[in-house]
Design a protein around this ligand. Sequence first.
Ligand SMILES: NC(=O)c1ccc[n+]([C@@H]2O[C@H](COP(=O)([O-])OP(=O)(O)OC[C@H]3O[C@@H](n4cnc5c(N)ncnc54)[C@H](OP(=O)(O)O)[C@@H]3O)[C@@H](O)[C@H]2O)c1
Length: 232
Amino acid sequence: MKKYLIIGGSTGIGHSLAQILAQQGNEVHATYNKTEDFEPIQGVSFHSLNVMDDQPDLDFVGESLDGLIYCPGSINLKPFGRLKPESFIEDFKLQVVGAIKVIQACLPTLKKSEQASIVLFSTVAVQHGFNFHTQVATSKGAIEGLARSLAAEFAPKIRVNVIAPSLTNTPLANKLLSTEDKIQANADRHPLKRIGHAQDSANMAEFLLSEKSSWISGQVISVDGGMSRLKV
Ligand SMILES: NC(=O)c1ccc[n+]([C@@H]2O[C@H](COP(=O)([O-])OP(=O)(O)OC[C@H]3O[C@@H](n4cnc5c(N)ncnc54)[C@H](OP(=O)(O)O)[C@@H]3O)[C@@H](O)[C@H]2O)c1
């Protein structure tokens, strides 16, 4: 049995991952922030946490930790000219500084594991340019750089990898998927002709946290219906 911490486990990909890890009999701690009416999961301890706080309290983690996954993200799609520099800073605080604070707080406990794994999230929009994605691509580009540098610094004890999804049906993407027409149009844009399910990325996260991926570190792995590589 391993011990995992999911930052942002109340909805979406983090919630799906919490289900998978708990079903395997692992000790799973997951956090929520604004969503208090989330679906509870048997075997998962939920804790309130806001990564925007100066020093998020992670004392509940205990002595050691085998895996950490950081899910908080945003999708604020606007023309560049309509974004204020402050919006980029707020986004950076949530997506990048939040991850840094949590990783620093968990580092002593991760180091006590025989082989620990950290999984962070980017987006298809970093390696592939899309209109109106400057804000999210800026923060997620930093996540990719952070993860590669940490993977080198923490090797061989702690592996660090990144998942780069394309559009996935979670509360985060609600606005983009609010009608059947929008869902169909977005499905059609993907070579594999559907949008992502939370489980698509959760399955990849489970793999990257597990020993099945013990020779993989410093990678950005696309879970994107072929969007970043295929033109069909
Ligand atoms: N969905 C997509 O289309 C898509 C595409 C590309 C990349 N991604 C990336 O994949 C990751 C997971 O996304 P998702 O779609 O699963 O998102 P989601 O459904 O919105 O889940 C995000 C989780 O993060 C938590 N969270 C948000 N703000 C927080 C804060 N300030 N402090 C602590 N926790 C906070 C949320 O908690 P509460 O709900 O309780 O506030 C929730 O549990 C994100 O990094 C996202 O950028 C998603």
